[in-house]
Design a protein around this ligand. Sequence first.
Ligand SMILES: NC(=O)c1ccc[n+]([C@@H]2O[C@H](COP(=O)([O-])OP(=O)(O)OC[C@H]3O[C@@H](n4cnc5c(N)ncnc54)[C@H](OP(=O)(O)O)[C@@H]3O)[C@@H](O)[C@H]2O)c1
Length: 255
Amino acid sequence: MTSPPPFLAQHLPLDKATASRPHITVTWAQSLDSKIAGVGGKRVILSGSESMLMTHWMRTMHDAIMIGINTLILDDPRLQINLLPASPNLRPPQPLILDPHLRFPPSARLLTEYLTKPSQRSISLHQPWIICSDQVSHFKIRALEGSGARIIPVKVDESGRIPPSSLPTVLGELGLRSVMIEGGSKVLSQFLSCKDKREDGSPLVDSVVVTVAPTFIGDGVGVVPEGEDKGLPPLRTLHTETMGKDAVMVCAIDI
Ligand SMILES: NC(=O)c1ccc[n+]([C@@H]2O[C@H](COP(=O)([O-])OP(=O)(O)OC[C@H]3O[C@@H](n4cnc5c(N)ncnc54)[C@H](OP(=O)(O)O)[C@@H]3O)[C@@H](O)[C@H]2O)c1
């Protein structure tokens, strides 16, 4: 595959995205029993080589990629596009970490690899941007900024959460036209179940892309945390593609 799979361009209207109306894609890989990780959050490779490659193409199509802090701590992901052919026209998306209390460890690969001298890296990397609560102490912010990350304090609600509905404004202020939310479970469920609409009446989440792997995990982390499966919206399937052993579904929220 030397270019993005055509169904992605066809069903993700990313060319229409602007900073004033950013596109939000929610995406994950799951087992047949709806698990995204093993017991205690143990990382499980679910995607086969074809769907993993598709995910890397999808990353290049978005300005940013967002994960929750638990995923960063448990998986230490690189959020890279290293499966794609090297090209100056292909850049990885801007990493955004949802981390209200600034638990981000400075030893995270996202940061240490970014700080590696450009001449020692084969690809250009972005500085990790961490979205935290505006209630976090300046001391904590300065310490993590000193480690090399960019910290973006944003308003939180009474439960200390960053309301999912504020993401389009946050993205717009950062000049980002699109984001791909890659997990984990708490982040996925909050964005999927957000009932607040955009100013134009559309749902907060524009696209849902799910890779289903033909495997069972048993005990583990569900797509949605147990007990939080209320209020999930109905989805409309726009396209299903077989990619190697996996099925990839592109859906929209049906309102
Ligand atoms: N298969 C896949 O596609 C896939 C992809 C990614 C991750 N995963 C798996 O998912 C698991 C982690 O999932 P998880 O549910 O434990 O964690 P998570 O969703 O990665 O992170 C949750 C944490 O992020 C912060 N957060 C989330 N929503 C927030 C909001 N609205 N405002 C402020 N902070 C918010 C909170 O941090 P605080 O606790 O500090 O408040 C929360 O505890 C890992 O096992 C990983 O392997 C699987």
